[in-house]
Design a binder for this molecule. Structure first.
Ligand SMILES: CC(C)(COP(=O)(O)OP(=O)(O)OC[C@H]1O[C@@H](n2cnc3c(N)ncnc32)[C@H](O)[C@@H]1OP(=O)(O)O)[C@@H](O)C(=O)NCCC(=O)NCCS
Length: 335
C-alpha cells in the first residue's frame, strides 16, 4: 500500500481552529538595560530576542487563555457548547488549585465538562495533543479545547540577568477533533527524564518548599535555571525529537514544509533546523518579538503562520519542544 493511502486509512486527530492572545505591554531589550546589567547586543546575539510581552498585575494566565480560546473557537466555526473537554498546559497556573482549566471553563461559561491542567512545561502543548489523540480516538471526547498559556514574567527574578531577559507571556489555543480527511497528526514521539529536574525549576511554592517568608527571602519563588547545561540538552533532544517524529510518520526531511521548534533561543531553533537539513526559510521563528513563552510558543507560531496564509492544505509540519522536567516531544502533522 502506498504511503498516501496508509495515511488516509490511519485514524487521526486534527486542528479545526487556532487562536492566540498576548498581553499589550511590550518590554524591549532597551528597557531591560535599565533594570539589569545587560545589553541589547548581548541578548540579541545570545538569544535572538528583541522584545517580549508582559502580563499586567491584574492579568492572570486564565485571562490570556480565555482570549486565545475564544479566537480558536470562533476560527473553528463552533461555539463553546460544541467543546466537551478543556485541557490547559501551563507551569504558571492562576492558582495551584483549582486548575487554570477550571478558571477558563468559568470564564468561557462552558457546561460542566471535564477540565484539567497538564504540566509538561515547554513540551506541554505537544503533550496535550498526544493525550488528546488518545481521548478522541478512544471515544472519550469528541472535541477538545487545548490551550497552552504562560505568565512566566510572574515567576521571573528581575534581579537575575541570566534568566530575566529570556521569558515572555502569552497563550495559544487549538480545537481538536477526529479528522475525516488526510490532514491531522501523523506521528509523535514523547519522553521525559526527571533526573535532570533541578537544572530548570521553580523551587518554591509547592509542598517541598512551601511559601514562607524565609523562602521568599531566598528568592525560591522564582524560576531557577542553569542555562548553559539546559542549552546542551535542548539542542540534543529537540534534534532527536524532530528526527524521530519525521521517521515515525514514514516521511523524509524533503517532505517537510515547515519546522516549528519551541522558541527558547534562536541558536537552538537553528540547530534543530540543521539537524533536519532544512533551509532557514522552512524553520519558523518569532522569538525576536515574544521571547520564550514556554508551552505557548508552538501554538502561537502555528496560529500566526496560518493566519498569514503561509500554511497551506497538505503541508507537512513538524513541531518539536523541550522543557523543564526534562520533557521533550516531536509531532509530525499534515495541515
Ligand atoms: C541562557 C543562555 C542564553 C545563556 O547563553 P550562554 O551562551 O550559555 O551564556 P553563559 O550562561 O555561558 O554566560 C556567559 C556570560 O554571559 C553573562 N550573562 C548572562 N546573562 C547575561 C545577560 N542577560 N546580559 C549580559 N551578560 C549575561 C554570564 O554572567 C556569563 O558571564 P561570565 O562568563 O563572566 O560568567 C543560554 O544558555 C540558553 O539559551 N540556554 C537555554 C535556555 C532554555 O532553553 N531554557 C528553557 C528551555 S525550554
Amino acid at each position: 500500500m502506498d504511503k498516501k493511502k496508509m495515511d488516509m486509512k490511519k485514524r487521526k486527530i486534527k486542528i479545526i481552529g487556532t487562536g492566540m492572545c498576548v498581553p499589550d505591554k511590550v518590554l524591549t531589550n532597551a528597557d531591560l538595560e535599565k533594570i539589569v546589567d545587560t545589553s541589547d547586543e548581548w541578548i540579541t546575539t545570545r538569544t535572538g530576542i528583541k522584545e517580549r510581552r508582559i502580563a499586567s498585575e491584574n492579568q492572570a494566565s486564565s485571562n490570556l487563555a480565555i482570549g486565545a480560546a475564544k479566537m480558536a473557537i470562533k476560527n473553528a466555526g463552533i461555539t463553546i457548547d460544541d467543546i466537551d473537554l478543556i485541557m490547559v498546559a501551563s507551569v504558571t497556573p492562576d492558582t495551584p488549585f483549582p486548575s487554570t482549566a477550571c478558571w477558563v471553563q468559568k470564564g468561557l461559561r462552558a457546561g460542566p465538562i471535564p477540565s484539567f491542567d497538564i504540566a509538561g512545561a515547554c513540551s506541554g502543548f505537544l503533550y496535550g495533543m498526544i493525550l488528546s489523540e488518545s481521548l478522541i480516538l478512544s471515544g472519550t471526547s469528541k472535541r477538545i479545547l487545548l490551550i497552552a498559556v504562560e505568565s512566566l514574567t510572574k515567576i521571573t527574578n528581575w534581579k537575575d540577568r541570566n534568566t530575566c531577559v529570556l521569558f515572555g507571556d502569552g497563550s495559544g489555543a487549538a480545537v481538536l477533533e477526529e479528522s475525516r480527511d488526510e490532514s491531522g497528526m501523523l506521528s509523535y514521539y514523547w519522553k521525559a527524564d526527571g533526573n535532570l529536574g533541578d537544572l530548570l525549576f521553580m523551587p518554591g511554592g509547592g509542598s517541598r518548599v512551601p511559601i514562607r517568608k524565609e523562602n521568599v527571602d531566598e528568592d525560591l519563588q522564582y524560576l531557577h535555571m542553569k542555562g548553559n547545561e539546559v542549552f546542551k540538552y535542548a539542542v540534543k533532544k529537540m534534534g532527536l525529537s524532530a528526527v524521530e517524529a519525521v521517521k515515525r510518520a514514514g516521511l523524509e526531511t524533503k517532505d517537510i514544509d515547515y519546522l516549528f521548534p519551541h522558541q527558547a533561543n534562536i541558536r537552538i531553533v537553528k540547530a534543530t533546523g540543521k539537524r533536519l537539513n532544512l533551509p532557514e526559510e522552512k524553520v519558523f521563528s518569532n522569538i525576536h518579538k515574544y521571547g520564550n513563552m514556554s508551552a505557548a510558543t508552538i501554538p502561537i507560531g502555528v496560529h500566526e503562520m496560518f493566519a498569514e496564509g503561509k500554511l497551506k492544505k497538505g503541508d507537512n509540519i513538524v513541531m518539536v519542544a523541550f522543557g523543564s522536567g526534562f520533557t521533550w516531544a516531536g509531532i509530525t502533522y499534515r495541515w
